[in-house]
Design a binder for this molecule. Sequence first.
Ligand code: 13P
Length: 251
Amino acid sequence: MRKKIIAGNWKMNKTIEEAVELANSIKLDLADCKEVDVVLCPPFTALKSVSDVVSETLIAVGSQNMSSEDEGAYTGEISHTMLKELFVRYVILGHSERRQYYKENDFWVNKKVIKALEKNLRPILCVGETLEEREAGDTEKVVEVQVREGLKDVSADAYTELVVAYEPVWAIGTGKTASAEQAQEVHAFIRGIIKDMVGEEAANAVRIQYGGSMKPANAAELLSQPDIDGGLIGGAALDATSFVSIVKAAL
Ligand code: 13P
């Protein structure tokens, strides 16, 4: 049985003060939540403060990106050492916003995934098709390339650590959610690719989250699908009540 994982991707939102307030509100309800893995991914500037807020709870902290390099002349980047110093456990990698606006590609995303695993950070690898790709009937082709390339050279035993997030780009921040059937279909497809890559045991162990306008009203139905193991939440994660109720839908 895979434990569900609900992560809040706060994107470029929240000052330190606002982040602390949100984390404190979430902590009131979820500090001891054992049944679901709860992860908060604030912007870099608030990682330390949010880590401090949740330090004695079961809530984990994640970052929204990480460099594939260890240290050195990489202006604007952040390393695994720096993140671990702030008690970061998860790293979101290859988010569609990074692919779309900052031209991140599968090669670099894969290097980051490998680096994160090597340094005992848990990657959340994001994949997903655009509206044009879906309408052209290319969803499976696009997702397959992102999964195969993003997880290239990852050993079978690492699949208990890593998380894949299926985030159809057309559903992100648009209010349009993939239907439970549409999402389940792609999740099962992703699990099938992983089975083909590294075998059934790893495919059964890996957690695959759905992301894209997940909210309290649709979370329960999405999370009841056999291959949907959690959610990566954007907008609804910025409000403690909504985020907590999504976590409760995963119980
Ligand atoms: P929304 O929940 O705002 O659609 O964002 C999803 C997302 O991109 C999470 O990473």
